[in-house]
Design a protein around this ligand. Structure first.
Ligand code: COA
Length: 162
């Protein structure tokens, strides 16, 4: 595993990499959703020698059917720069973002494309449904992770508000 420092950062720090790696044809501001802007939204970045290597976000957003209910946080905008993929950076980003969610009674959901479903399954996300809103082109699966009690040892991010 490539050990990096995962730091809580403001939204503005994650948007450029989120855009270039996930939505290169969109304007950066069009990758931002309402949840991103909430005061308790969580944005983390993998940084090494002042270089941004990856980003992830966890934002408060009710899950779509058939989930709904307790699934109140969404993981989105997970991206690692090309040459570091497969080295554990994505895992550290998602685990840190989820670990920063204060309410451990909630669960986390996300949409994932088929080619990364194995990644999210490795992190404990369970596939829930393949139905996806038609406006999210290319996304095919709804996944859920039930949060466990926070493990302080695995949380290397600075938990102060960025
Ligand atoms: C998807 C992505 C974030 C994963 O990050 P990463 O740093 O490459 O993943 P990691 O190295 O932390 O992988 C963690 C585990 O998942 C596995 N894994 C990673 N990518 C996988 C994939 N596409 N399919 C299946 N398993 C995968 C790894 O083998 C590893 O398994 P292990 O713990 O048994 O060793 C990264 O590949 C990426 O940025 N892809 C392009 C952007 C993208 O598609 N983002 C997701 C949008 S929904």
């Amino acid at each position: 595993m490539y050990k990096v420092s995962i730091t809580r950062v403001p939204l503005s720090a994650v948007v450029p990499l989120r855009t270039s790696e996930l939505r290169p044809k969109r304007h950066p501001k069009d990758t931002i959703t309402g949840g991103d802007l909430l005061s308790d939204s969580i944005h983390v970045a993998a940084i090494s020698q002042d270089q941004l290597l990856g980003v992830a976000s966890a934002v408060r957003e009710p899950a779509p059917p058939p989930l709904g209910g307790a699934a109140a946080w969404r993981v989105r905008g997970v991206a690692v720069i090309g040459h570091l993929r497969g080295t554990g950076v994505g895992r550290q980003l998602v685990e840190t973002a989820c670990n920063l969610i204060a309410d451990r009674e909630t669960s986390v959901w996300l949409y994932a494309q088929e080619h990364v479903s194995g990644f999210y399954k490795k992190l404990g996300f369970a596939p829930v449904a393949s139905c996806v809103p038609h406006h999210i082109a290319g996304l095919v699966g709804l996944y859920e992770l039930k949060l466990s009690k926070r493990d302080p040892a695995s949380n290397s991010a600075d938990n102060r508000r960025a």
